[in-house]
Write a protein that binds this ligand. Structure first.
Ligand code: PLP
Length: 350
């Protein structure tokens, strides 16, 4: 069967999501999910009818939340589908290329590889910022430049001046895709205000992280109307199931937004607490993080990751030497994890 698949698909290693990696335990801090399990009550009706391609209520609710016009919003099955649509709509397989800047989110590369689009890798600098001269040298054939801020897994923000310089550099050449999956934890860092000046800017958003709706599969692409119209050409006819749109609208209602604001504040406090406590431990480096996760360097990160795994504390190992990414859970989950690290680290790294 494998031989019948496209060559590109035969060669593909699928994205190893936290879910696919598995694990067992009672502390799950590996997928940047929210610890808050909010409940929603729906009137299931009109399920005999197809959904709107772009449910107007959902589009206007998110536009109001993001501070853009409804024409600047596209909703998709998670931000991941937004990534795929951008690659499919803008990159000619076997001809065009994308640029991405590791260490960063894995799906830009996977989407490009699946579709047969060249991947140009321009690593972040030692400070995990954009290497603008190297990006400029790589722009030949490039249609999309992916930038993640707060960056996953490092947690830092990309300098706004550099984003503007990148937008200037790519004008009339390529689209800059800002992945703002975690921006709700630091909304002041959003680039949404730059949409007015840059028609080649696209911003990815999601309900999966701060809105605690990873299982809902609802994301957004913000961009100017001309760019959105291109994506609308390649999107599936009914991408958003009726109950998904209904739940997302409830999450974006006045009450929903108030609850999200409280939960975001709690998670930011828990992150501050976890960072402060980890900093007290010898030989542990805590990188400053702006999302609902922290990247931590341990004397032996792999051993720490495995020992935590065996103890039922599921964290995310990272491609960065000795670094482990810890999602911010409830206070109790933070405490359990801290306790484990405090009591076990000496033995693990001995
Ligand atoms: C989680 C995540 C996404 C995907 O979000 P979904 O809406 O769940 O598809 C996109 N980008 C980054 C950086 C993420 O961490």
């Amino acid at each position: 069967m494998e031989k019948l698949a496209r060559k590109q698909v035969q060669a593909l290693t699928p994205y190893l999501s936290a879910r696919r990696i598995g694990g067992s335990g009672d502390v799950w801090l590996n997928a940047n999910e929210s610890p808050f399990d909010n409940t929603y009550t729906l009137e299931a009706s009109s399920l005999n009818r197809y959904s709107d391609c772009q449910p107007p209520q959902l589009i206007s609710a998110y536009a109001a939340y993001a501070g853009v016009t409804p024409e600047q919003v596209l909703t998709t099955r998670g931000a991941d589908e937004g990534i795929e649509l951008l690659v499919r709509a803008f990159c000619e397989p076997g001809e065009d290329a994308i640029v991405y800047c590791p260490p960063t989110y894995g799906m830009y590369a996977i989407s490009a590889e699946t579709i047969g689009v060249e991947r140009k890798v321009v690593p972040l600098t030692d400070e995990w910022q954009l290497d603008l001269p190297a990006i400029e040298r790589s722009l030949d054939k490039v249609k999309l430049v992916f930038v993640c801020s707060p960056n996953n897994p490092t947690g830092n923000l990309i300098n706004r001046d550099d984003i503007i310089a990148l937008l200037e550099m790519t004008q009339d050449k390529a689209i800059v895709v800002m992945d703002e999956a975690y921006i709700d934890f630091c909304p002041e860092a959003s680039t949404v205000d730059l949409l007015n000046d840059y028609p080649h800017l696209a911003i990815l958003r999601t309900m999966s992280k701060a809105f605690a709706l990873a299982g809902l599969r609802c994301g957004f692409t913000l961009a100017n109307e001309a760019l959105i119209n291109v994506l609308l050409k390649v999107i599936a006819p009914y991408p958003v199931p009726v109950p998904v749109a209904d739940i997302a609208c409830l999450a974006l209602s006045k009450d929903g937004l108030e609850r999200a604001t409280t939960q975001i504040a709690t998670l930011n406090e828990n992150r501050t607490y976890l960072a402060a406590e980890l900093k007290e431990i010898a030989n542990v480096t805590v990188y400053s993080g702006f999302g609902n996760y922290l990247l931590i360097r341990f004397p032996n990160g792999d051993a720490l990751f495995k020992a935590a795994w065996d103890a039922g504390i599921i964290l995310r190992n990272s491609p960065i030497q000795d670094c482990v990414r810890i999602s911010i859970g409830s206070r109790e989950e933070c405490e359990k994890t801290l306790n484990f690290i405090k009591t076990q680290l000496a033995q693990i790294t001995a």
